[in-house]
Design a protein around this ligand. Structure first.
Ligand code: NCD
Ligand code: ZN
Length: 344
């Protein structure tokens, strides 16, 4: 198959940042996706429906003329979030979920939750109103090896949480291990996961063999190849529990190529082509549409898009770098490399 047409995809996990960064990030994302879940880990974080609506307006101001883009918003769960905020989410036109960052787990997570039992009041409301809880699924204790943090989160945090709140609707974001994939499969339709392009296309060898490649560094960190294979299997399986979430996370070139480099891969400009590459590499390009354009909308209870996009099997070289902020650069995921798919 050299040309495929699919319903326009949505991105159920993206970081757009704020201020001047939006000049880069919003057009890149809006040229690919009809909707995106816009992550709330700004400084300070987006904590209320009111703040989310204001952030949404700042995003909309950067959507290019003639492009339709519908930012879907998420609140940042803190130890102090009021349980009454959940009903406001339920009644909101633009906010679809709340995100749990364990404190210290990733970029801008200092305001995150220090102990999940502190937010049980909010979680009770989420379960009651069937508002999705989005999870950065890693424990943060210093003594836990970085490659084991996702699995430990499943055992120590998520399993007990689901025993306590069995009907909780949740998305395990950016899964990276076969344990997480199986965890999602073993639970009912309320439990779903997003998968990024980097975790489908790469593994930790790509990041560490032959020199450290900071542009592959994201959290949760790339794992060994066997995990990559399981992620490819479940993403291309046709299971509606797994859907597209790029976790496109911009950091300037200087912040990445640094003695203490930031976590995050910027995939937005060619995201759907990167996914096409991954699906095609395992002979499953026909499964891309469900993963990219159906299952996420279905999970969130939103209508599927009706317009289509077309991808052709034609080489494209991902740019070496792009302009970012005032005079800085950003290095996109797989920069300078050739992929076989192109969006027309
Ligand atoms: C994200 C970021 O930069 O905001 N970084 C990342 O490595 N994925 C945060 C996140 O989703 O963990
Ligand atoms: Zn993210």
């Amino acid at each position: 198959m050299n040309t495929i047409t699919l319903l326009q995809p949505d991105d159920w996990h993206a970081h757009l940042r704020d201020g001047p960064a939006l000049q880069r990030t919003v057009p890149d994302l809006a040229n690919q996706f009809a909707r995106a879940i816009c992550m709330p880990n700004l400084v300070p974080p987006v904590k209320t429906v009111e703040e989310a609506n204001a952030y949404r307006e700042r995003i909309l101001a950067h959507v290019p003329e003639g492009v339709h883009f519908d930012p879907r918003m998420v609140l940042y769960l803190t130890n102090n979030t009021a349980p009454s905020e959940v009903l406001k989410i339920k009644q909101s036109d633009y906010v679809n979920a709340i995100k749990l960052y364990p404190a210290g787990a990733t970029t801008n997570s200092d305001s995150g939750v220090s102990d999940i039992s502190k937010v049980y009041g909010v979680i009770e409301q989420l379960e009651e109103h069937q508002v999705p809880l989005l999870l950065h699924g890693e424990v943060t204790h210093n003594h836990v090896d970085i490659f084991d943090r996702e699995k430990r989160f499943l055992d120590e945090v998520l399993s007990p949480l689901l025993r306590q709140f069995p009907k909780l609707k949740l998305v395990l974001e950016h899964i990276t291990t076969s344990e997480a994939a199986h965890f999602v499969l073993e639970h009912d339709r309320h439990v779903a996961a997003t998968i990024t392009p980097q975790h489908l296309l790469f593994n930790r060898n790509d990041m560490l063999v032959g020199g450290i490649k900071p542009h592959f560094y994201c959290l949760p960190i790339l794992k060994r190849q066997t995990h990559q294979q399981t992620l490819l299997e479940v993403a291309t399986s046709g299971s509606p529990k797994f859907f597209l979430g790029t976790d496109s996370a911009p950091h300037s070139k200087d912040a990445k190529e640094n003695a203490c480099g930031c976590a995050g891969c910027y995939s937005a400009p060619t995201a759907i082509e990167l996914y096409a590459q991954a699906f095609d590499q395992v002979g499953k390009i026909e499964r891309l549409e469900g993963f990219a354009s159906h299952f996420g909308a279905d999970f969130y209870g939103l209508p599927r898009n009706t317009n289509t996009i077309t991808l052709v099997k034609e080489d494209q070289v991902i740019p070496e770098s792009l302009d970012y902020l005032d005079g800085e650069k950003i290095i996109p995921l797989h920069a300078g490399k050739t992929i076989q798919w192109r969006k027309v």
